[in-house]
Design a protein around this ligand. Structure first.
Ligand SMILES: [Cu+2]
Length: 256
């Protein structure tokens, strides 16, 4: 019963299911990659720091890198659902296990998965690495942030204190974050920084805001009944406005 083969065309490619899956794979990869990238563009906030721009770029790269994997799964599902239906009461004939038992396919899949994981790991490390440079910047403004159920307080080097955050534009800032009760998480949404606020010790994160405006500070760790309301604003202003605000608030704290 063996079929006469032309030497150029491998046997597996002659199977209609394989051909169909390969064509669907290409289509699904483009649809998932493009759709995912567009979803990101429409749903991720516009960045207010280079850190956040890096996070958004990374999301786009990860979306396109994972599209062929998701596309293959979708293509196999579509082929199975459209070509491999079995009707009637009799059990279906034994399936052809040629691909499932192929050590070459299994080996290839392991290699491809490993390369994709390594790529994601290295790309992530590169973006994280950029942030840590700001932590070591000796010119950075040092702010102490304290979380408590359910508000944030910010302490500035000159004694000023606030519940909103005030920052000058284009100046690196290091946040020393802690909590007085339970675990919280300090998250400035548009700047792409997030770090746990733990009772008893201090964690650090840093960023350079590059846009004047009002942004969101939220708690990103479920911390009790009013967790959802543990949010406030981050005001990024010019250096002159920042200095004026800072002196004014230091005077208020001292006068109180
Ligand atoms: Cu919280």
């Amino acid at each position: 019963m063996s079929e006469q083969m032309t030497p150029q065309t491998p046997q597996w490619w002659k199977k209609p299911d394989v051909k169909k899956t390969a064509i669907l794979w290409a289509i699904c990869t483009v649809v998932i990659g493009y759709g995912g990238a567009q979803f990101n563009i429409r749903n991720i906030v516009s960045p207010a720091s280079l850190t956040m721009s890096g996070v958004i770029d990374l999301m786009q790269i990860f979306t396109w890198a994972s599209a062929p994997v998701a596309g293959l799964v979708a293509a196999i599902c579509l082929t199975v659902l459209t070509s491999k239906r079995h009707y009637g009461d009799n059990p279906p004939a034994d399936a052809d296990h040629e691909i499932a038992n192929s050590p070459r396919v299994v080996g290839l899949w392991i290699v491809v998965s490993s390369v994709l994981c390594l790529f994601a790991l290295v790309a992530g490390f590169i973006v994280i690495q950029k942030d840590s440079a700001e932590l070591l910047d000796s010119d950075a403004i040092q702010l102490n942030v304290t979380g408590q159920q359910w508000l944030w307080s910010i302490d500035y080097p000159n004694g000023a204190r606030s519940e909103d955050v005030y920052l000058p534009v284009n100046k690196p800032v290091v946040f020393h974050v802690t909590s007085v009760d339970v675990k919280h998480s300090f998250w400035i949404v548009q700047m792409g920084i997030k770090i746990d606020a733990n009772p008893g010790y201090t964690t650090e994160t840093a960023v350079t805001p590059n846009k004047i405006g009002v942004f969101d500070l939220r708690c990103a760790e479920l911390c009790g009944l009013l967790h959802a309301y543990m949010q406030t604003k981050v005001h990024v202003v010019s250096q002159a406005d920042y200095d004026a605000w800072l002196n004014n608030h230091a005077a208020i704290e001292k006068g109180a």
